[in-house]
Design a protein around this ligand. Sequence first.
Ligand SMILES: Cc1cc2nc3c(=O)[nH]c(=O)nc-3n(C[C@H](O)[C@H](O)[C@H](O)COP(=O)(O)OP(=O)(O)OC[C@H]3O[C@@H](n4cnc5c(N)ncnc54)[C@H](O)[C@@H]3O)c2cc1C
Length: 557
Amino acid sequence: MATAPKERKAALRALASETFDLLIIGGGVTGAGIARDAALRGLKVALVEKTDFAAGTSSKSSKLVHGGFRYLEHAQFRLVFEGTNERALLMKVAPHLVRPLEFLLPVYKHDKPGLFVLDVGLWIYDGLSKFSSPRLHRTVRAPRVGKIEPGLKRDQLDGALLYYDCATDDARLTLENIIDARALGATIVNYTRAVKLVRDDRGDRIIGAEVQPVDPNDDGATLAVRAKVTINATGPWADDLQRLAGDKTILHASKGVHLVVDAKRLAPHHAVVMKQKKRIVFCIPWGGDRTVIGTTDTFYDARPEEVHTDAEDVAYLLDLANNYFPEAKLTPDDVLATWAGVRPLIKPDGDVATASDVSREHLILERPGMVTIAGGKLTTYRRMAAEVVDHAGTQLGALAPCATESRPLPGAAEPIFSAGYAGVTQLSERLAAEGVVDGAVAKQLAGTYGARAPSVVARVKAEPTLGERLDAELAFVMAQVDVAVDEEQALTVEDVLGRRLPLLLRARDQGLGCAERVARRMATRLGWDDLRTRREVEDYRRVVAGTRRFRGGAPRV
Ligand SMILES: Cc1cc2nc3c(=O)[nH]c(=O)nc-3n(C[C@H](O)[C@H](O)[C@H](O)COP(=O)(O)OP(=O)(O)OC[C@H]3O[C@@H](n4cnc5c(N)ncnc54)[C@H](O)[C@@H]3O)c2cc1C
């Protein structure tokens, strides 16, 4: 058996026996960023996540690292300033994960604002980023737009604006923060739920939480974790912890849905910005073979874990895509996969007309022994984390300054990445030249793991059957299942196929074809018996069916 189960047991023992400076509840990008920031400042850190890292909103975003051009309409200059400047910073510390993406914003004759005003807006956008965009924006006249974005509706087209933001892998960005925080000494466990806050004898100070490990191989006994400061970083679940603390609720959540279609059906050359009234929806090329359409933005008041894609969400997004790309004629049968997430937006003071009008700013609240963070964006997670640790510092005493601005994430910790994203190309060429894996696999490994990719190739070299592909069409290999379990704390088939690797969203069969092979391989490393192995495959089938609920009737799995 591999070392992962032993490490988990040791981490759970440490949770029960030690006293931590910080106990972070929630392993989305916010909690993961806080754990890394705090561990880097020398604090003794624990983090518990009730399911898997990034299983909440942090794997359900549009996967963009951006300033949010549309926020300029609401004069939210600070948000844009922070977003665009974090974008520049993340391109330096995580160039393998945060890659430039060119956007095309088409403008039609009846559109308001028109081409001129949008051009001015993009000058402000570039300016607020301190001109750090991979390339400054530019205006393109209608005849040329037809050439550079051939499928786009041309009727009444006035022109388009081209500008840059970045694309990322949200789940992996979260995971790299977890990996680094662990390397820096943090005690981090997934599948461990905070069920109760613990108070001091007088009842006014929170001194930790009772947590319950929920993996079937755990004994399920509740543990009391002691911490000087407990952090509520539970995203859309933040109000659950607020209630446990006896504090006011703070969220007004919204739901967002994305659809994945085959690039053979729709293959924009840019990330195209589509407008419907005041809303913006993107049509984003993804990995050369898929296109993502999203997102919706509708108020949501059910439990976050119940969020799913409805037929209306699909109709709304396909109508918009078909309007902008009339030749595509997409139907629900073209949808290969969907994902739905909940934005943990902060309740506005006054009334707002739509979910899109609610600010994406974050909020930090403090009470003795506890700090709550909610709202914000994936893009600004690093900055939010620094602020939260500073707040906790007021209760902890003297604290070293934040040091995440200059420390590369683990996948970028190699001189080759000082060249930015070009480092991925150089690394993949170097790996392909070794002749152990083919060029497509080398490229995928370099893009997924960055500096850690050579160790994955070494696994294949040592055991050539690990070079077997998980899906004939996509370049993911069996060695990555071992990496997920041994190095990335994956504990279920969904952890592997849904977040460590994106087959759930990208494979034509959403990973159903390889789920059994993956489960069998995981069983050998995690000590599962036959029953658990079979259950894992059944659970994964249910996850896939959940993403297809919009089709109605019995799930077609
Ligand atoms: C549709 C959509 C599109 C978006 N697109 C973008 C984008 O392109 N760019 C961008 O910058 N931002 C985007 N965002 C926003 C961004 O995704 C979120 O701000 C961010 O992911 C929130 O992270 P989080 O860690 O706060 O929450 P989460 O990722 O939800 O993490 C909270 C975690 O807490 C855990 N948890 C809850 N209760 C407990 C408990 N009792 N014990 C232990 N653990 C618990 C949950 O399981 C969960 O994993 C988008 C959001 C949505 C919904």
